[in-house]
Design a protein around this ligand. Structure first.
Ligand code: SF4
Length: 341
């Protein structure tokens, strides 16, 4: 450990105090902690919705799919009385049912209404924005090219806005293979948690092939995904190994690992502290640590504690942005007298 000594320059916009070289010289391992990391505004809101639904209605509160993609969060809410189901059809008629942060298709809403479920919608407002765009482009008669991963819940929900005219495009290669007349009126949308660079490449291919292509007014990649990816790039520049705390089904966490690796630094997804493998740290002097948008800070703290025990006792910050986004809770869990349930 700490056997490697590299001279690195200070991070842009810093005074160089966090240059890791000194730390390596005196033999102490360094952890560079990303800021921002962990919970985004959409995840905070979604967890708050389930907690307040439990407070207001008492258990069980049914939640369609994992409220956010993190096993720790799901376990915590399950202990409080949340019941997670794969389909709204599993929810007893008339029960309280929360839709997850990833959004649902109109067909799911119709089924839920038919079962007279008392729906509380925890869809992230930034996902709802993509749904609105899908409806607008579909009304305008355009075929929708949805850039994302076909099996992701968010993509399933967005595609459901206009399933007969939506094609999911998973990669640049898939964009090259699209078999459509060159003058087809098209619109592209993206899953909110993709890697920014990856999306740009797909859009470039689409623009080259199809002249009548329009896109959303602003990028669909959400601020939280963008900031966490930017921070991971900074970690990759300054450290020998990047760790991203997040669950294996967390799309944005996986993208963060990929972003670090694309910058040439080994990176690992760490669901929790028990998944740290000593072999990763051979010759590593500085460890970068971040967390996906659905990973609670307590998991980061546990990893930090373990790293300290392993000799990485010096913590430095890599701050790339300050986040102050807060999404208000839906009216269904806000007390009409002004307080919250
Ligand atoms: Fe919303 Fe972005 Fe968080 Fe997803 S990652 S819940 S889109 S803020």
């Amino acid at each position: 450990m700490n056997s490697r000594m590299r001279r690195r320059g200070p991070a842009p916009g810093t005074d160089g105090k966090d240059d890791v070289t000194d730390e390596l010289q005196d033999g102490a391992g360094v952890v560079v902690l990303a800021e921002p990391r962990g919970f985004c505004a959409g995840v905070r809101r979604a967890i708050g919705v389930v907690e307040r639904a439990l407070d207001r209605h008492g258990p069980p509160v049914y939640v369609r799919k994992e409220i956010v993609h993190n096993a720790h969060v799901v376990s915590m809410l399950r202990r409080r009385g949340a019941v997670f189901v794969d389909s709204e059809e599993e929810v007893p008629a008339g029960s309280v049912c929360v839709f997850s942060a990833h959004g649902v298709s109109p067909a799911v809403r119709t089924t839920a209404a038919g079962r007279e479920l008392r729906v509380i919608d925890a869809t992230c407002p930034l996902v709802s924005k993509v749904h609105q765009e899908a409806r607008r482009f579909a009304r305008a008669g355009r075929t929708l090219l949805l850039i994302g991963h076909a099996d992701h819940e968010e993509v399933e929900g967005t595609r459901g806005e206009a399933p007969e005219r939506t094609i999911v495009v998973e990669s640049e290669a898939a964009a090259e293979r699209l078999d459509l007349p060159v003058d087809t009126p098209l619109a592209y949308l993206t899953q909110t948690t993709l890697a920014v660079d990856e999306t740009v490449g797909v859009v470039d291919v689409l623009r080259r092939r199809f002249p009548d292509l329009v896109g959303p007014g602003t990028d669909d990649i959400c601020y939280a995904s963008q900031n966490r990816q930017d921070a991971v790039k900074e970690l990759a520049r300054r450290t020998d190994l990047v760790l991203v705390v997040g669950s294996p089904n967390s799309s944005n966490s996986i993208r963060m690992v990929e972003v670090a690796r694309l910058d040439g630094t080994p990176a690992q997804l760490v669901p929790d502290v028990t998944h740290l493998e000593p072999g990763w740290f051979a010759g590593v002097g500085a460890v970068g640590l971040s967390a996906g948008a659905s990973a609670p800070e307590v998991l980061v703290e546990e990893v930090l504690d373990r790293l300290r025990d392993m000799g990485y006792g010096r913590v430095q910050m890599a701050t790339v942005a300050t986040e102050d986004v807060v999404f208000s809770l839906p009216p269904a869990v806000v007390d009409p007298r002004g307080g919250r349930t």
